[in-house]
Design a protein around this ligand. Structure first.
Ligand SMILES: NC(=O)C1=CN([C@@H]2O[C@H](COP(=O)(O)OP(=O)(O)OC[C@H]3O[C@@H](n4cnc5c(N)ncnc54)[C@H](OP(=O)(O)O)[C@@H]3O)[C@@H](O)[C@H]2O)C=CC1
Ligand SMILES: CC(C)(CO)C(=O)C(=O)O
Length: 319
């Protein structure tokens, strides 16, 4: 099969390398030093159970339109959530040249709406990268850990998009054969909110404190705070019309408490001085809880602390 990965950084390069190692064709879209390094020296990916070192096809976003979209079986969007809408807008005309499905494997619950606005719901595949930590260590060099699953499903659910759900079956079979545990869910919107429960629970707090997921969940003060952030996410989901129960929140807390000690993607962004996915992760929780009339107080506090804390503190202004 042939895959186009838009925004091939930590997770995009990991999954891309798995597909390349299994004999698929993969085009990676990146920018800056990372793109240059992949073009000049190839890509290196290390993972406890897998490694890849080799030449890759890497392009800048504005070079993509020179390719024939119809040759691809799947477009995967793997950039940060804030890049989804601008990427879709810049490829809008090209994306309408062939009916190829477009899958998001990003965190957040709004990426699919941005994709659907350009390619239509019939081609939009919701998805998420589960139990993976993957980061660019240096340009062209990626380190990953975890079983690195992909959960995907026709957007917004199989019932409303049955033909796409069927078309995904061979893609999932190839991902599994390539060592990517992939599965289809009939209710991807719910799966995305369940993942947001984890991300809103640990990402902003880890970026604030510098702690990894295990340190956070096992801390006597921060652990219960993680749980409260998760509960608020569940409340937001219900306000948005997506059923998330206390059992879901408990299951997500257990999952992240028992998973490898991960440095979250938001902490990595903070350390690198890059924009963090604060609006994409805390934003929907704050928005939907406010809509419901009961604010997400802990999320609002953590979000504000992170926003203030990430701006360069100049010290008190003395007149
Ligand atoms: N990293 C992780 O462990 C996990 C991440 N996720 C989620 O997956 C998504 C991707 O995360 P991650 O892999 O860490 O992100 P990265 O920042 O490592 O990768 C995204 C890549 O896309 C590039 N990019 C952004 N805009 C463009 C553009 N216009 N043209 C070309 N390249 C572009 C970025 O370049 P630049 O650096 O210049 O911005 C970067 O190299 C996020 O939603 C994240 O929350 C989910 C599970 C785990
Ligand atoms: C919390 C974690 C590691 C879960 O996969 C994640 O999604 C992230 O770092 O953004």
């Amino acid at each position: 099969m042939k895959f186009l990965i838009l925004g091939a950084g930590g997770i995009g390069c990991y999954y891309g390398a798995r597909l390349l190692a299994a004999g698929h064709q993969v085009v990676l879209v990146a920018r800056g030093e990372h793109l240059y390094a992949m073009q000049e020296r190839g890509l290196s990916v290390t993972h406890p159970q897998f490694s890849f070192h080799g030449a890759v096809t890497a392009l800048a976003l504005d070079e993509v339109a020179g390719r024939d979209l119809a040759e691809f079986d799947l477009v995967m969007v793997a950039a940060k959530a804030s890049a989804t809408a601008p990427m879709m807008a810049s490829l809008q005309d090209w994306l309408l040249t062939a009916p190829v499905p477009v899958l998001s494997i990003q965190n957040g619950v709004d990426n699919e709406a941005h994709i659907a606005a350009v390619v239509g719901q019939q081609r939009t595949v919701g998805g998420l990268a589960v139990r993976i930590g993957g980061h660019i260590l240096a340009p062209g060099v990626v380190e990953a850990t975890g079983v690195a699953q992909i959960e995907m499903g026709a957007w917004p659910d199989t019932e409303r998009n049955p033909h796409l759900a069927e078309a995904l079956l061979p893609v999932v079979a190839e991902l599994v054969a390539a060592g990517i545990p992939a599965a289809i869910t009939d209710h991807i919107e719910r799966a995305l909110w369940r993942k947001l429960v984890i991300n809103n629970g640990v990402n902003p707090l880890s970026a604030l404190t510098g702690l990894n997921t295990r340190q956070l969940t096992s801390d006597p003060v921060l652990g219960p705070t993680v749980y409260r952030l998760m509960e608020e996410t569940g409340r937001a989901a219900n306000a948005a019309g997506v059923a998330i129960s206390k059992d879901d929140v408990d299951a997500m807390f257990k999952l992240i408490s028992e998973f490898d000690a991960i440095k979250t993607s938001m902490l990595v962004d903070r350390e690198k001085g890059r924009a963090m996915e604060i609006d994409d992760i805390c934003g929907p929780v704050v928005h939907w809880c406010r809509q419901s009339g009961v604010r997400a107080e802990t999320t609002e506090l953590v979000q504000s602390l992170l926003l203030f804390n990430s701006q360069a503190w100049q010290g008190p202004q003395v007149s």
